[in-house]
Write a protein that binds this ligand. Structure first.
Ligand SMILES: [Zn+2]
Length: 436
């Protein structure tokens, strides 16, 4: 089995309230960081700058020459990190646009197969893409590429394809801009770990801010510093590579159903996280009480509330993680089969806290499960969820659920509803009804 790495974000937390003066210094950097990013978005986010994006030296040089750094008085370690971040966003947008256009073209009946072929070529070859978007013919490409380009253009309706590409891109391109000034990236030149804490460079020459941290782990590479000025605290995120483990004794194929009462039930009826429902309900209840009595809008009250909320969340999450670990260790799955969760409903504001919290927790559980499976080389197969709760996993008939028990109308099969759902997930996976 090929050895690969999984990336996981780990977080560190400030151990004591960050003093107002120190927070101001960090906020100052975050404000400048935002300005630099918006400047880059503005100047290099458009079609006219496409040829500068790869490999990016030109932009580096122009950003040095433009004088913004001196104007802000921002240390170069932060300045270029902000440029790098913003360029990442710009490139990310182009990647998204290209993917979307490729998809749209595949479904467009007005394009011929040759048109699509040529279009895919334009989406793949940067210089050709950029030329067409800027209203020019793709020319001056390396010889072999140019020949391929001309051949493809000839067999297609090039005029139509160019127009289509320009319209599709214009439709999807959004002006990148950020209002948020609550954090910044730091590279190793801008920070240094000390005794139970971290030193961060500030705008004042040689003056560093020291933040005591709740743990003494030390990470390398780029970190992201996120500021919570209202709570006088800081979070530091580090992306770490986790060596993926492969287990030769993980050979089982396990169907599972996630739930808000019992966290996870297998198709054979084993349960993990049986206390989850209670813990979760207590947390939702606590949130509801606090939100109902939100007349105390003063700063200390809010700080206290946020701190308590975070602690309760962390406790819930550590329970979830512990139970998911136990699941993997006991079941030794080679493959986990589960229902694909419907995406959270867009736009609807959930007034009911219980519901909102459960939707949010479900996302968390799924994310953690996927991450853990990735780290342990366990395959996850997601299947369509329609009817998974009413279909009988034994005979395929239809039944109903009452008080957590499933009963089939056709064959009379009775079992825990989650066991039936988990068995259906496994059955659907075995039948190849797999999503993606
Ligand atoms: Zn049945």
């Amino acid at each position: 089995m090929a050895q690969s790495d999984a990336v996981r974000t780990v977080r560190q937390y400030s151990a004591e309230p960050v003093a107002g003066g120190d927070m101001d210094k960090l906020l100052d950097i975050a404000g400048d960081y935002r300005r630099v990013k918006n400047y880059v978005y503005e100047r290099y986010g458009g079609i006219g700058s496409l040829d500068k994006l790869y490999p990016g030296y030109t932009i580096q040089n122009e950003m040095t020459a433009c004088g913004l750094r001196a104007e802000l008085g921002l240390p170069s370690v932060y300045y270029y990190q902000a440029v790098f971040d913003a360029l990442g966003d710009v490139k990310g947008q182009w990647t998204r646009i290209k993917t979307a256009v490729r998809k749209a073209a595949a479904a467009n009946q007005n394009l011929t197969e040759e048109d699509r072929h040529y279009l895919r070529f334009l989406l793949k070859v940067n210089n050709a893409f950029e030329a067409v978007l800027n209203g020019k013919e793709p020319a001056g490409l390396p010889e072999a590429v140019q020949t391929q380009c001309d051949t493809l253009a000839e067999s297609a309706d090039a005029h139509r394809v160019h127009g289509y590409l320009r319209r599709q891109v214009r439709k999807r391109q959004v002006r990148l801009h950020t209002e948020r000034a609550d954090g910044f990236g730091v590279t190793e030149r801008a920070y240094r770990y000390g005794e139970h804490g971290i030193y961060l460079a500030t705008k004042q020459n040689r003056k560093r801010v020291f933040l005591p941290l709740t743990d003494s782990r030390q990470y390398a590479g780029r970190l992201y510093v996120k500021l919570f000025p209202e709570e006088s605290r800081v979070e530091i995120g580090a992306a770490v590579r986790v060596r993926v483990k492969a287990h030769s004794d993980y050979t089982n194929r396990v169907g599972i159903a996630l739930g808000m009462r019992t966290l996870l039930t297998t198709h054979e009826g084993r349960q993990y996280g049986t206390e989850f429902g209670e813990l979760h309900a207590a947390y939702a209840e606590w949130l509801r009480e606090r939100t109902a009595g939100s007349s105390r809008k003063d700063n200390t009250g809010r700080k206290k509330y946020n701190a308590q909320k975070r602690r309760k969340e962390e406790r819930l999450h550590s329970y979830i993680n512990q139970q998911l670990n136990l699941f993997l260790k006991n079941e030794k799955p080679e493959t986990v089969c589960m229902v694909k969760l419907p995406p959270p409903k867009a736009g609807g504001v959930n007034r009911k806290i219980n519901y909102a919290v459960s939707v949010w927790q479900r996302g968390y559980i799924r994310k953690r499960l996927l991450q853990k499976c990735r780290e342990q080389s366990v395959e996850v197969v997601e299947v369509l969820g329609r009817g998974v709760g009413t279909e009988c996993s034994r005979c395929g008939g239809t039944g109903s659920v009452k008080d957590g028990m499933y009963r089939c109308d056709s064959c009379g099969y009775e079992t825990d509803e989650k066991v039936n759902s988990a068995a259906n997930a496994l059955k659907r996976a075995n039948a190849g009804l797999i999503i993606r």
